[in-house]
Write a protein that binds this ligand. Structure first.
Ligand SMILES: C[S@@+](CC[C@H](N)C(=O)[O-])C[C@H]1O[C@@H](n2cnc3c(N)ncnc32)[C@H](O)[C@@H]1O
Length: 223
């Protein structure tokens, strides 16, 4: 999966920067920005930042943003436009290299970047770099829409990027997760879900995404 992001880095950068992904135009970009900015966080960690659009958008609202991504090509692409500090790092390395990130952070945001079966190591590491009253904001594919008629159960799927405007050479394996499974994964890493939102394509009558906001359990935090 990480290899696919590196080989598709150019095509992905073009697709995002030319706004070729319909669901992003229809509302998911606006939804994640609004969710992160709601509490006016001074300091944000963009987890799986890709080519960096979200970091740049948050920086334009005054946030200090650190973006991490496994793909060196995407990190270079992000650095070229600036707006934040971008570091080539896998999620697996966050725990050991936490001090290199310059936290702690008010918000850790994962915009369509949690694609693995195993979330616990990353979620545990994010607890460690968040302020005690910090917030984790996750936007992901909506299970009702992304299920594509298959059994409603966790499992590996494949993204071919067919609707993203060409140039993608490598399909990406990704892990489909039911709504219940998101709740279980967050609970297992001692996050409490505070809000669930379903940004919608009102004309089509369908959700565009699933947006989850969670806080470290027992943080006594109310937004
Ligand atoms: C769908 S892209 C989203 C990029 C960006 N968040 C955005 O909104 O455009 C998913 C990103 O997650 C990154 N990613 C996935 N798994 C990762 C891991 N284990 N470590 C670091 N980066 C990872 C990929 O390299 C890719 O850039």
């Amino acid at each position: 999966m990480l290899r696919s992001w590196d080989s598709n880095a150019g095509a992905w950068t073009d697709a995002v920067r030319e706004r070729r992904i319909p669901s992003r135009r229809a509302g998911t970009d606006a939804a994640i920005l609004a969710a992160v900015l709601r509490t006016k966080p001074p300091c944000v960690l963009d987890v799986g930042c890709g080519e960096g659009w979200l970091a740049r958008a948050l920086a334009a609202h005054g946030c200090r943003v650190v973006g991490i991504d496994a793909s060196e090509a995407l990190v270079a692409s992000a650095q070229a436009l600036g707006g934040g500090t971008f570091v080539a790092m896998t999620y697996e390395a966050i725990g050991a290299r936490a001090s290199a990130l310059g936290g702690p952070f008010d918000v850790a945001v994962c915009n369509f970047s949690l694609l693995d079966a195993e979330l616990a190591p990353l979620l545990d590491a994010l607890r460690g770099v968040l302020l005690p009253r910090g917030r984790l904001v996750i936007q992901t594919v909506h299970p009702w829409v992304a299920n594509g008629g298959e059994r409603y159960a966790d499992g590996w799927r494949e993204e071919t990027f067919a609707g993203f405007g060409g140039g993608f050479t490598t399909a990406m394996p990704w892990y489909f997760r039911t709504l219940e499974s998101w709740g279980v994964a967050l609970g297992a890493s001692r996050f409490t879900i505070e809000r669930i939102a379903e940004p919608a394509d009102v004309d089509a009558g369908r959700p565009l995404s699933l947006l989850i906001e969670a806080v470290p359990a027992n943080a006594g935090h109310h937004s």
